[in-house]
Design a protein around this ligand. Structure first.
Ligand SMILES: Nc1nc2c(c(=O)[nH]1)N[C@@H](CN(C=O)c1ccc(C(=O)N[C@@H](CCC(=O)O)C(=O)O)cc1)CN2
Length: 284
C-alpha cells in the first residue's frame, strides 16, 4: 500500500528563516534598526521554557534581537498587564510574544489584549483575530499561519474542500478554521465535547484534517479518507501528535510528521512576522 508523502516543515521553516534573516539584515543596513522580539514567560513550565528558548535561539540566528522577561508563577494579571504595557510602549521592541499557557489564576484574554496590535506578532489579540478572519492586513496566529504556508508549499488549495478542524483554542483551532474558511474551504469544527462517533464521521468526510486539540492520537488512522491531507498540530508530551500517524499515513496523500511538521513552521512564522512588524514600525 502506498504511503502519504511527508510535509517537511523543518525544511520549509529553514528556508523561511533564511529569507527572514536577509530581510532583517536589509532593514538594519537601510535604517540602523535591528528587529527586536520580546518574549514573556510566566512561571517555569518545562515545555514552555523549552519553546521560549527555541524562539530566542532562532531569533538570534535570524539577526533579531531577543529580549526575555521571565516572571514568577505567582505574577498577577495586573502585574503581567503592566509588563506587556511597558513593552508595547517601548520603541526598541517590535514584536511581543506571551507564551501560552499561563497559570489558571491569570486572565489570559486580558493579558493578550495588553499587547499593542502592531506588535502582536503572535496574532493573539482580538484585533488580530478579527483582521485575520476577514482577510484584512495584520498578523495571523503563528501556528495557523505556518499551517497555511505549509499547505501552499505542497500545492494544497483548500477552495471547495471539506476541512475538519479538531480543536477550538484561541491560538490554534479557531484561527486555523477561519483561515481555511477565508480560502473557501467548507469548515467543520470538532472539539473536546464532540462525541467520538461524531468526530469519526466528520473526519471520514474530510479532505483536509487539522488536528489541534492536544490529545495523543485522538484522530484514528482508520477514519482518514483515502487521499486526504492530514496536518497534525498537536503538542503532547514525548513529541506525540493528535493523529495516529502510522494508521493515517496508510490512507492520506500528504501528512505532517511530529516532530518536523507544524512545530518548526510556528517559529518561522513568528520570526518573519517580527521582521515585518519592524519594517512597518520604522516606515522602511
Ligand atoms: N504564545 C504562544 N504560545 C504557544 C504557541 C504559540 O504559537 N504561541 N504554540 C505552542 C507551543 N509552541 C510555541 O510556543 C511550539 C511547540 C513546538 C514547536 C516545535 O518546533 N516543535 C518541534 C519539536 C521540538 C522538540 O524537539 O521538542 C517539532 O514539532 O518539530 C515550536 C513551538 C503552545 N504555546
Amino acid at each position: 500500500m502506498s504511503q502519504a508523502t511527508l510535509m517537511d516543515g523543518t525544511g520549509l521553516a529553514r528556508r523561511i528563516v533564511e529569507e527572514t534573516a536577509q530581510q532583517a539584515a536589509d532593514l538594519t543596513a537601510r535604517t540602523g534598526v535591528t528587529p527586536c522580539l520580546a518574549t514573556v514567560l510566566v512561571g517555569e513550565d518545562p515545555a514552555s521554557v523549552t519553546y521560549v528558548r527555541m524562539k530566542q535561539n532562532r531569533s538570534r540566528k535570524a539577526g533579531i534581537v531577543s529580549r526575555h522577561v521571565s516572571l514568577p508563577a505567582a505574577t498577577t494579571t495586573a502585574e503581567l498587564i503592566g509588563t506587556l504595557t511597558e513593552l508595547s510602549a517601548d520603541p526598541t521592541v517590535h514584536g511581543i510574544l506571551l507564551q501560552h499557557p499561563m497559570g489558571h489564576h491569570i486572565d489570559e484574554r486580558a493579558a493578550f489584549e495588553a499587547i499593542a496590535p502592531e506588535k502582536d506578532v503572535d496574532g493573539v489579540t482580538l484585533a488580530s483575530f478579527s483582521a485575520m478572519s476577514f482577510g484584512l492586513p495584520g498578523f495571523s496566529s503563528c501556528t495557523p499561519g505556518g499551517i497555511m504556508r505549509l499547505l501552499d508549499a505542497y500545492d494544497v488549495d483548500p477552495a471547495g474542500k471539506r476541512a475538519v478542524v479538531v480543536g477550538r483554542s484561541a491560538i490554534l483551532g479557531r484561527p486555523v478554521g477561519m483561515l481555511l474558511l477565508g480560502r473557501d474551504a467548507t469548515v467543520t469544527y470538532c472539539h473536546s465535547r464532540t462525541p467520538a462517533a461524531d468526530l469519526s464521521s466528520a473526519v471520514r468526510e474530510a479532505d483536509i484534517v487539522v488536528a489541534a486539540v492536544g490529545r495523543p492520537r485522538l484522530v484514528r488512522g482508520e477514519d482518514i479518507k483515502p487521499g486526504a491531507v492530514v496536518v497534525d498540530a498537536g503538542y503532547n508530551a514525548g513529541n506525540v501528535g493528535d493523529v495516529d500517524f502510522d494508521g493515517a499515513r496508510e490512507r492520506a496523500s500528504l501528512i505532517t510528521p511530529v516532530p518536523g511538521g507544524v512545530g518548526p513552521m510556528t517559529i518561522a512564522t513568528l520570526l518573519s512576522q517580527t521582521v515585518e512588524a519592524a519594517v512597518r514600525q520604522t516606515g522602511a
